[in-house]
Design a protein around this ligand. Structure first.
Ligand SMILES: Cc1ncc(COP(=O)(O)O)c(C=O)c1O
Length: 363
């Protein structure tokens, strides 16, 4: 069995034991809370991980892109929610083809956007299941709770559309640095969604799915009575940002990048062969703090260019040219999108590779 030190660097390593533990834990939490788990596959983009999530009890998958849904549907996944406000007749036609083969729902947050999809489905004599995105505080996409009834009514009346639920993503939890702050966001996320769903039902709309989800808030938001579904994604791998905001410990991180020290030009500077092409430039959350943690060292990656990762070497530490280190990325999901393959490890033992089937599927 090859050793991790035989792997050509830089390479993304996935510790399968940690991955499986993370998948099992979240599935157990959802079971205990009595909600459906619909993990977000954007984090891993791997058919093998999606299958493990379903085997552990997930109802189906969430994905962000129509093309990601196409990859998973082609591989036999039968229940997919595209958790993004999809807009455009071109996407509508592809969604129609998907809806003929699998159970499909799509996010919407405007009447105009929903109409572009509804027209395609109506022309084919079909209806597309959609869920209305609610802005529970991230202020990215989604309608504000107080606008939800008006927008939902108008969307529900569109030809070719069936409004079946509401969903949100409390990504602003990534700005919190202490567990009580994250817990408050999670409670607010769950309660807001239940209140919106109740208001929509009161207005005569049949709302079945009340979907929340982010890795930091999942644990608490899924326990709010009335929530029916949770969509965490990052939890399969975790990363330095999750550790920083207190979601997990370093031991719960399944993804690391193995890199080689390619230069040590000064006592306080060493350079790794992993730059932004490998790690992405995503900042550490909740506060910027370098570009990845080097395991078992206190020195951090201070800056990145495309192929170079520059380490500010702390007093008392040193890096030798040719030496290998493992880096915990700031944000695991974007790392998946940068690599064709991930290497499977248990500790230092290499067990194989998986192809990142949905990487680069941005349309
Ligand atoms: C709409 C939506 N749902 C769910 C998730 C999963 O959240 P997380 O990566 O925090 O687990 C994301 C992540 O960006 C998202 O955008």
């Amino acid at each position: 069995m090859p050793n991790v030190n035989d792997v050509s660097t830089p390479a993304v390593l996935i510790d399968v034991d940690v991955l499986d533990r993370n998948i099992t834990r979240m599935a157990e939490r959802a079971r205990a809370a009595g909600v459906a788990l619909r993990p977000h596959g954007k984090t891993h983009k791997l058919l093998e991980v999606g299958r493990r999530q379903l085997a552990a009890g997930a109802r189906g998958l969430s994905l962000a892109k129509t093309s990601e849904a196409e990859v998973f549907a082609a591989a036999g996944f039968e229940d997919i929610f595209v958790a993004f406000p999809v807009v455009g007749a071109d996407k509508g036609r592809r969604l129609l083809a998907l809806a003929e083969r699998i159970r499909l729902a799509v996010g919407v947050d405007s009447v105009d956007g929903a109409r572009t999809l509804g027209d395609v489905f109506a022309a084919a004599g079909r209806r597309l299941d959609v869920r209305l995105k609610i802005d529970s505080g991230l202020h990215r996409v989604g309608v504000l709770p107080e606008q939800a009834v008006g927008v939902a009514r108008a969307i529900a009346e569109l030809p070719g559309i069936a409004l079946t639920g509401v969903f949100t993503h409390a990504g602003h939890a990534y700005g919190e640095s202490e567990p009580p702050g994250v817990a408050a966001v999670a409670q607010h996320e769950g309660r807001t969604m239940v209140a919106v769903a109740d208001a929509l039902r009161h207005a005569g709309l049949e709302i079945r799915d009340v979907s929340v989800g982010s890795t930091p808030t999942a644990r608490q938001a899924m326990t709010v009575a009335g929530v029916t579904e949770c969509r965490p994604g990052n939890y399969v791998y975790h990363d330095a940002s999750q550790v920083s905001i207190g979601t997990c410990a370093i031991e719960d991180c399944a993804m690391t990048v193995i890199a080689t020290v390619v230069s040590a030009p000064a006592a306080d500077r060493a350079v790794l062969d992993c730059g932004s092409k490998t790690l992405s430039s995503d900042a550490l959350r909740p506060r910027p703090g370098g570009h990845g943690w080097i395991l078992q060292r206190s020195s951090r990656l201070e800056s990145l260019s495309e192929e170079h990762g520059v380490v500010r070497v702390q007093p008392g530490e040193s890096f030798r040219v040719g030496e290998r280190v493992r880096v915990l990325p700031n944000h695991a999901c974007v790392v998946s999108n940068l690599h064709d393959r991930v290497v499977l490890v248990r500790g230092d033992r290499v067990e194989g590779e998986w192809t990142v089937a949905a990487r680069g599927r941005v349309r």
